[in-house]
Design a protein. Sequence first.
Lengths: 243, 250
Amino acid sequence: MFTSSLGKKYLMALSGLVLIGFVFVHMAGNLQILMGQEKINAYAHALQSLPMPILWGSRLFLLAAVIVHAVTAYQLVKENRRARPHSNYIETTKKAGLASLRMGLTGSILLAFIIFHLLHFTIRLIYPEYDKMMTMVGSPDSDKIHDVYTMVIAGFQHTWVSVFYVVAMFLLCGHLAHGVSSAFQSLGIRSENWRAKLELAAKAYAWVIFAGFSIVPLLVLAQNWGMIKFFNFSSGMEPLALN
Amino acid sequence: MKLFLKVWRQNDRNDEGRFETHTLDEVSEDSSFLEMMDQLNEQLLEEGTEPVVFDHDCREGICGMCSLTINGHPHGTENSTTTCQLHMRKFDDGDTITIEPFRARAFPVVKDLVVDRSAFDSITQAGGFITVRTGSAPDGNALPVPKNDSDRAMDAAACIGCGACVASCKNASAMLFTSAKAGHLNMLPQGQAEKDKRVLAMVSAMDEAGFGNCRNFGECSAACPKDISLDYIAKLNRDHIKAKIKSVFA
């Protein structure tokens, strides 16, 4: 089923669609930080308290999607380079946009970003102090829970970390701008009547994702630079020591 | 007009190949690109050197024989135009024109600008036909075909198999050609009986020939002299999924 050239494209599209759906849910969850410490902490705690099979089932499913997407992309690129060993003296493009031409570059950086992001917040290796950030705020009972609110704000105290997050989200925006409509084409769910609308919807989706994810580090940066007072933290918060 | 030509020369498929520059005087604006190439070859013969080898046949834009990558564009920059239908009035006096063969591993260079496109034949031979005796032309309307279906089938059948789609693709993918050849039969009642078999066989012939994978850039359709739409690629993807799933349960 998945061994032919088309089969590999189906794998790219299907794993891509899983991740396309995931980033929206993740973004919507993140935005609860704008509603205050209690809300985001409670949400994060609820996710982490899901029954083991559901929590780890989802995590492994998403991990599998990333692995399938990356490994298949690597195989496709290898085949593509073999198919076109000589480039033209003058390389031209008539139709393809920058987003579609640079899927490999944006994808590779995003893979690095995903690894960094997991080490940052999920495995908590980048900042060892994260494990000490426990609070009662947002806890459903009298147990202390992870203070995600403070973790996020503290995490973005290093300007380069915030900038890396925003840049990565911009690259994600580019990756989605081509990827969303391309996934539909690879699965054969596209026609001439649909094409323009689908491409517009893909671009709109990409920008929504970019805006929704970037707003948090941008607000933290703005508050650090004294431009706004939004989050409940002192602007003199010490950046955490890196591991 | 006076032109400076940068032409690809290659003795055979094992030769590395190189560019050769020539200056051509008094090119008529009304001549076609291939007539300009003829003029170059006459000049080369007069100089006592070997003429440049290039493919051509009907010179009417319908046979699919002419090729050439002109300034990086298969069949030149004009839309919906084959090299033979490209005229020198589209160029300016004093221009330098770079002329290369269609580049793809599946299209090895035979000599100079001629490439072997028989990989396309192997795709067609795998399923681009209907295995029944067709006899003479049937009576009109004996086999009803909805107008919309016949129009779309004709649009796909307009493919002349020139290979510009492969040459324009960054991955040298043959998806536009294969989808047009499979698509026009898959949309007509005569093609239904062998639809699944056709799609599976043509896709595996395409893979075996060493073409790359489709990345949905749309370069192929933009370069296609017959404006074959990307829709046929979507349709091939769709038909292939259905055929694959059916083959699992067959």
